[in-house]
Design a binder for this molecule. Structure first.
Ligand code: BES
Ligand code: MN
Ligand code: ZN
Length: 498
């Protein structure tokens, strides 16, 4: 898709040449700056009760008198923020679904100039509107033919807006990759599939990809990861992707993604209701792949490593049983009281493995606990970190990507419940504070570097009629990675002077 920014003031919109013109409206009346033919149509609709300046409302007009674009959509925004702009643009794009719109032009009226954050938000909205899952449903309507999107700006902010469009497109492609991987059912998206996808990604975007097999994991001593895998016929894979944009030897940012391609719960089997949604239990892995894709495209100046432990969690004659004790890669022993708390078992070995990279920071991303969904619902991902600076970088990244996270506690007191009479720790505590105790478990394996954990159980997918992967938190992660890159030479100079 071709995104560009075009200079066009609000009073020239009627002359815009496009298949559809979207005008996002800020405020509670037709803006005085709005082009006459558009203002006339809008006021007429308001007079007849067909439109109101209330967030969420849209108005579709076909061949509006005096307007060059054959389709016009007005969409009311709650305010002038990028977030409200994105919501309004998504609503407007929704009204164009199924129409033959190839070139859409998007403007805003009544608020401040559209800036870089609006530009990036628009690309995300278009990315979401144009993704269609078809892999196992070829009868699904094809993706809209949208090929060109113009962001109409009153004034040139050329440099920043252009950069934001580029960043937005790389993120949108990463989000689409993550959505596609996670949407594919467990019998298609297997650990082997994820490994192949990583290799494809490596070829296309210049990443080094290495896949460790079961025997490699055995040699290393990944007893916790292997314990989860042992109940399944699907071979486990341990995937490592490297993006080398920094100096050789420069400490990398490491992203670790939970890749359970299906979570039955194992012997501590889950109830059948909604168990199908456990195909999304590799959402963390998908977000690492999506982020690595975006990073491979944007080429920031730093080193980034993606680590994905992936396997199925199945009950079988060979599966782990409650009470089994395993030895993790760290040497610490774990009593597996509940085989459904498998995510932390595969992650703890991946987190120990990450030590070898002498990382600048490690962030793990996991659909880890139902308790996190109870705590935060489906809007914020749960963020856990004992490092204030790392936590605030991640929160800021989530804010700017409109992919928010909320910080959760990690006090030492929460660690008590992981005590075991038979091993260094148990893999679960009681129900209370389940998202926190899961994070406390991971913390025991992350003492050698700066670490943060994102629990995306509530944000990685949607249930119900809109069932499907969201591609979150690719936006947050990409913004975070970019924020950790060395500033370019010119910016460094500016900072030194200041
Ligand atoms: N993948 C699940 C977490 C999950 C559950 C995410 C529901 C989204 C919706 C994870 O492996 C799991 O089963 N966690 C258990 C932990 C418990 C046994 C301590 C849970 O949350 O119930
Ligand atoms: Mn589980
Ligand atoms: Zn799981």
């Amino acid at each position: 898709m071709d995104f560009r920014s075009q200079i066009a003031a609000a009073d020239t919109l009627a002359a815009i040449n496009a298949d559809a013109l979207i005008v996002v409206l800020v405020g509670d009346a037709a803006p005085a700056s709005l082009d006459k033919p558009l203002a006339a149509a809008l006021n007429d609709a308001v007079k007849h009760g067909d439109f109101a300046f209330k967030a969420g409302r849209t108005l579709y007009l076909h061949r509006c008198a005096g307007v060059k674009a054959p389709r016009v959509v007005f969409a009311a925004a709650a305010d002038g923020s990028a977030k409200a702009f994105k919501t309004a643009a998504s609503n407007a794009l929704g009204t164009l679904k199924g129409l033959g719109v190839k070139h859409v032009a998007v403007a805003s009226a009544g608020g401040d100039e559209l800036g870089a954050t609006h530009a990036e938000a628009l690309v995300a909205a278009v990315g979401d509107a144009t993704y269609v899952y078809r892999h196992t449903k070829p009868s699904a309507p094809e993706a809209p033919p949208m090929a060109k999107v113009s962001l109409l700006n009153g004034k040139a902010q050329a440099g920043e807006v252009a950069q934001a469009l580029t960043r937005g497109q790389a993120i949108a492609a990463g989000v689409q990759l993550a959505r596609e991987c996670a949407n594919r059912p467990g019998n298609h998206c297997t650990p082997t599939y994820l490994a192949d996808e990583a290799k494809r990604l490596g070829k296309a975007h210049g990443l080094k990809v290495e896949v460790l097999e079961r025997k490699d994991a055995e040699k290393l001593g990944m007893g916790a990861f292997l314990a989860v895998s042992q109940g399944s016929e699907e071979p486990p894979k341990f995937i490592v992707l490297r993006y080398e944009g920094g100096a050789k030897g420069e400490a990398p940012v490491v992203l670790v993604g939970k890749g359970i391609t299906f979570d039955t719960g194992g012997i501590s089997i889950k109830p059948s209701a909604e168990m199908d949604e456990m195909k999304f239990d590799m959402g963390g892995a998908a977000s690492v792949l999506g982020t690595m894709r975006a990073v491979g495209e944007l080429k920031p100046s730093l080193n980034v490593i993606g680590v994905i432990p992936t396997c199925e969690n199945m009950p079988s004659g060979r599966a782990i049983k409650p009470g089994d004790v395993v030895t993790s890669l760290s040497g610490q022993t774990i009593e597996i009281l509940n085989t459904d708390a498998e995510g932390r078992l595969i992650l703890c070995d991946a987190l120990s493995y990450a030590e070898r990279f002498k990382p600048a920071a490690v962030v793990d991303i996991a659909t880890l606990t139902g308790a996190c969904v109870i705590a935060l619902g489906n809007h914020n991902s749960g963020l856990f970190s004992a490092d204030d600076e790392l936590a605030s970088s991640l929160l800021a990244a989530g804010k700017s990507a409109l992919d928010p996270a909320w910080r959760m506690p990690l006090d030492d007191e929460y660690d008590e419940v992981l005590k075991s009479n038979f091993a260094d720790m148990a893999n679960v505590g009681p129900r209370a504070g389940g998202a926190i105790t899961a994070a406390m478990f991971l913390r025991r394996f992350t003492k050698k570097y700066r670490w943060a954990h994102l629990d995306i159980a509530g944000t990685a997918w949607k249930s119900g009629a809109a069932k499907g992967a969201t591609g979150r938190p690719v936006g947050l992660l990409t913004h975070f990675v970019l924020s950790q890159a060395k500033p370019s030479a010119s910016k460094r100079g500016a900072k030194a002077k200041a």
